[in-house]
Design a binder for this molecule. Structure first.
Ligand code: C2E
Ligand code: MG
Ligand code: MG
Length: 686
């Protein structure tokens, strides 16, 4: 190489320095010539070997480099005047037929006052670039695993400071990565969880990947969120340099768990505790009571005639009403009393630390609460309930025994007029036969001649005369003794036996009527109770006709009592009632006012008589609401041209009221209990 400038030595020194700094790169020094060309005044070994062209020994750059390379280089060279700090770029140069990437670095170097020289470096980056790309790819891959992880992930360094946080962190905890980076992770952990967190961290830095099931992590809005944490140590060259923390919000999981717990111990319709909860709580309660020598009271509640409501309202509204009822009942429960839904319309209260007085007081409050009306779809409904009460430890220590005895007491109440409560007593035991057994006895009741009919007179309130009776079925079983209709009619209905039994009743009544007719007694009418199942038979009217014909009974001597619940299907009902009307029998609506059906049917159906249910007659002389209802029913019936019979009349005051309200007829204990036929014949037929 030649050095043609005066201060060649200085340049040489520089070049020497330069060459030693960059021993593996191609380095060149170029000088600008007067006619805007460049001379290559220095090229190191690599540069010279790479670019030296065969047969050319000129310093002129255009000779030194191949034409196209020099064109590229010169282009950059010319830009240098505007880049005082040097110019860096990448260019591709052929290496063994392949293009490889090089870093091109150009710098103007001023040495004394000389025209500045240009330092050019070419560094082959191909290998490095490939590695860098690979690294970048790996890094990106790795980062995308972290970034796109649905679980929040943070990475901490050896000091426990957060160095990375993925986007999921903000979804779960509200913090964006820039808000947490640089902060200590433990600062986000709830005080209570810090000890176990520190242990987790310690073990993670020992290289263990472990998890923490229960921990609370801060949410940006200030509260703590339950989380599951898992550590993944970051191991570089066999050394743990940091730890990734996977932090999963477990509140939905916990919610599910709680939901599951909730569902298994609560009734889905009413939200009350269910039977399973009752069993478990009661076991605990009795254990506690035994330790502390205390009493527990079990109040078994059954809604009166709820089946009727369900039948006539339909199940949706029935459910709605049940919810209202349970809400109201539940308002009475507190720290010492809990309410459970035992089944359909049965509820159980468990009262702790109770006494006979407090339980009685409680039962009275329940009765009173239920006395107030309920509203469903803007309709007012009245319900009543019967309650049976058993007491721990007097009536038993086992839960099953206590429930059974409360149920027996309940049964006793149901049997004796409902809407009240009773404490269990030993003698109730006998009045509580097993239903399945009872059904099997009932099946043979007709052939065993255990059934009979009692008649209750219906009194004309104006004249005091009697020309009609209600036939009421009686069952005297050899095992159970007298069983009341309230006990066996539901069993007969459920088992379907009611069809056969009901038919038997009609036969008996018609037989009786024909006997009276044959004996020449004055015309009498007998009302027969017809169960909904009976009434809904397609052949019902036809059957009645056949029986009347068989005994030669005048159709208007027979009255059929139908409850509102039997008349849910308007079209079918109308067709049967019309058929009955055609035959000529008298039609009455029994228990009017308790069936919750629409009043519009009164207008459409050919009904002759309305029987006001005894629940409205009870206390009519003092209960202004009942009085108003009774008066309204009488008024309504009269306007529609129907007769009214009041049921359950027990007192003179009720008679007075009914007379004043212009009710035509009444039946009840005040006049006569239902009595056997002989008594009727003797008393009223002569
Ligand atoms: P129901 O048709 O409303 O009959 C009136 C019930 O009230 C009868 O009860 C009667 O004994 C009772 N009673 C009458 N006067 C009074 C009174 O002044 N005070 C009180 N507290 N009660 C009074 P019973 O005989 O126990 O019958 C109960 C229910 O069983 C009847 O209610 C009826 O729905 C049903 N039933 C009775 N016999 C038959 C039957 O042959 N077939 C069908 N399907 N059901 C029947
Ligand atoms: Mg009746
Ligand atoms: Mg009735």
């Amino acid at each position: 190489m030649n050095y043609s400038s005066a201060d060649a030595s200085e340049t040489r020194d520089y070049m020497h320095l330069f060459a030693t700094i960059n021993p593996f790169d191609m380095t060149f020094i170029l000088h600008k010539t007067n006619n805007s060309d460049y001379r290559v005044t220095y090229a190191n070994q690599q540069g010279a070997t790479y670019f030296r062209r065969e047969g050319k020994n000129s310093e002129l750059a255009s000779d030194f480099f191949t034409e196209d390379i020099w064109m590229t280089l010169k282009n950059f060279m010319n830009q240098l005047s505007t880049h005082k700090d040097g110019y860096k770029t990448k260019i591709f140069l052929p290496v063994y037929e392949e293009l490889e990437v090089f870093d091109l670095s150009l710098l103007l170097v001023e040495i004394n006052t000389q025209e500045p020289i240009i330092r050019m470096t070419l560094t082959n980056r191909t290998v490095e670039e490939a590695e860098r790309t690979k690294l970048l790819e790996t890094k990106e891959k790795y980062e995308s695993i972290l970034d796109h992880n649905l679980d929040p992930l943070v990475s901490v360094n050896s000091k426990g400071e957060i160095e990375y946080a993925n986007p999921a962190l903000s979804n779960s905890f509200g913090f964006h990565s820039h808000e947490v980076i640089g902060k200590e992770l433990i600062g986000f952990v709830d005080e209570m969880s810090r000890k176990s967190f520190s242990q987790l961290m310690e073990r993670a830095f020992l290289g263990q990947s472990i998890d923490l099931e229960e921990c609370s992590f801060s949410h940006r809005s200030g509260h703590f969120v339950p989380v599951y944490m898992k550590t993944i140590p970051i191991v570089v060259h066999n050394e743990v340099t940091g730890v990734h923390f996977l932090i999963r919000d477990t509140s939905p999981h916990i919610e599910n768990k709680e939901k599951l717990f909730y569902l298994s111990y609560h009734d889905h319709l009413t939200g009350l505790w269910n039977r399973r909860a009752l069993k478990e709580h009661l076991r605990e309660d009795t254990r506690f009571a035994e330790l502390h020598n205390e009493e527990i009271t079990i109040i078994y509640i059954d809604l009166d005639r709820f089946k009727l409501i369900n039948d006539s309202l339909g199940y949706n509204s029935g459910d709605e009403l049940l919810k209202r009822i349970s809400d109201r009942l539940n308002m009475l429960s507190d720290r010492t009393s809990k309410l459970y839904r035992h089944s359909g319309d049965e509820f159980v209260y468990v009262l702790r630390h109770s006494s006979k007085e407090t339980s009685e007081e409680f039962a009275n409050i329940v009765l009173k609460e239920l006395n107030k009306p309920f509203y469903v779809d803007h309709q007012e409904y009245f319900v009543s309930a019967s309650m049976g009460i058993s007491v721990y430890p007097a009536d038993g220590k086992e839960m099953d025994v206590l429930l059974k005895k409360a149920d027996q007491a309940l049964f006793y109440v149901k049997d004796r007029g409902r809407a009240h409560y009773r404490f269990y007593q030993e003698d109730m035991n006998h009045s509580f036969p097993n239903e399945a057994l009872m059904e099997s006895h009932l099946r043979r009741a007709i052939e065993m001649e255990e059934l009979s009919i009692h008649y209750q007179p219906q009194v004309d309130l104006n004249t005091g005369t009697i020309n009609s009776f209600e036939a009421l079925l009686r069952w005297n079983n050899r095992k159970f003794g007298f069983v009341t209709p309230a006990q066996f009619i539901p069993i007969a209905e459920e088992s379907g036996l009611i069809i056969q039994i009901g038919e038997w009743v009609i036969h008996q009544v018609c037989l009786q009527l024909s006997e009276w007719q044959q004996k020449g007694f004055r015309p009498m009418r007998v009302a027969v109770n017809i169960s909904p199942k009976q009434f809904k038979q397609e052949t019902f009217a036809h059957q009645i006709k056949q029986i009347l014909d068989k005994y030669g009974v005048h159709p208007n001597a027979l009255e059929v009592e139908i409850t509102e619940s039997a008349m849910t299907n308007m079209r079918e009902t109308l067709s049967v009632l019309n058929d009955l009307k055609e035959i000529g029998v008298v039609i009455s609506i029994d228990d009017f006012g308790t069936g919750y059906s629409s009043l519009s049917y009164l207008k459409r159906y050919p009904i002759d008589i309305i029987k006001i249910d005894q629940s409205f007659i009870r206390d009519i002389e003092t209960d202004t609401k009942n009085a108003a209802i009774a008066r309204t029913i009488i008024h309504l019936a009269h306007n529609l041209g129907m007769e009214v019979i009041a049921e359950g009349v027990e007192k003179l005051k009720q008679v007075d009221f009914l007379k004043e309200a212009k009710c035509q007829k009444a039946q009840g204990f005040y006049f006569s209990r239902p009595v056997p036929i002989d008594e009727i014949t003797a008393k009223y037929m002569s």
